[in-house]
Design a protein around this ligand. Structure first.
Ligand SMILES: [Zn+2]
Length: 277
């Protein structure tokens, strides 16, 4: 479900390590969002959050937040619940969370509710890619196949881009590494949950027999958040993708959320950028 503005504020404050303001905001979240928001933290962040909670004293409902922290840390329901958590259904919320303990970044937002997207960046179509780099191979299917174009194949490399290793065009791998550094700086909490669902893959666009995917040139990446792949074509995008998309756009990469068939997991080097490669 769409992440509330209060929860977004909490994530922003925590990202900046403004812990006292973060705790005040956290205090107002419902149990559904509180558990999933707390799930984004590692030990050091939880320690900082607890220190801020202690310094705020009775200004926040400490026992309720501590209950949620314990659920997230231990993956078990505490034997007792403080205050009205049981009678107000919040223990039930915690039980449901433990059945699918994913962080807040996998929650989704309808495409139309996401602000500025792909401003000044456009997808690099097949004609442009073929002109710049040649055809990766002669024929394609829905499966990943080898690049048979020798000139292009010579430019394919595998390297760590930060949170994971990726195989793609040399220039794209370098650009992706720089983007990941930006994400680590500006969205450090999302960075921890990033993994790849594939970069180089010579195939057709899913569901097409004529359109070649930009993965075929190793210039596109599909991302998972907390090991969850954003479903294609459902018109919504994971909150984590929403938070990092500006870093891709700033670097000249196009976000697949605006494809005719929404593909929010997909980012590709935009048309202006590939012309510099
Ligand atoms: Zn893709």
């Amino acid at each position: 479900m769409p992440v509330s503005s209060a929860c977004r504020t909490f994530i922003d404050l925590a990202t900046q390590r403004s812990w006292q303001d973060a705790v005040r905001t956290l205090n107002g979240l419902n149990m559904y969002e509180m558990l999933r928001a707390l799930k984004v933290f590692e030990d050091a962040d939880r320690a900082a959050l607890r220190a801020a909670m202690a310094s705020l004293g009775g200004a926040v409902n400490g026992p309720r937040i501590e209950y949620a922290l314990t659920v997230v840390e231990t993956s078990h329901l505490p034997a007792t619940a403080p205050g009205d958590l049981a009678s107000t259904g919040q223990v039930q919320d915690a039980r449901r969370f433990l059945r699918h303990p994913k962080c807040i970044f996998v929650e989704t937002t309808p495409r139309g509710e996401i602000g500025l997207r792909n401003d000044g960046v456009s997808s690099s179509g097949n004609a442009l890619m073929q002109r710049l780099f040649g055809a990766p191979r002669d024929a394609y299917s829905q499966a990943c196949q080898a690049v048979t174009n020798r000139t292009l194949a010579a430019r394919i490399q595998t390297a760590s881009v930060g949170p994971f290793r990726a195989t793609g065009l040399d220039s794209a791998v370098a650009a992706l590494t720089a983007i990941m550094t930006q994400i680590q700086t500006r969205q450090r909490l999302v960075y921890r949950f990033l993994s790849s669902a594939g970069m180089l893959c010579a195939r057709n666009v899913r569901g097409s027999t004529t359109s070649v995917s930009n993965h075929s040139w190793g210039c596109a990446i599909d991302l998972k958040i907390d090991s969850v792949l954003d479903a294609r074509g459902d018109g919504v995008a994971q909150y984590g993708l929403e938070l990092i998309a500006p870093m891709f756009n700033d670097a000249g990469w196009y976000w697949g959320i605006d494809f005719p068939t929404e593909d929010a997991q997909h980012f590709e080097a935009g048309s202006a950028l590939v012309q510099t490669w």
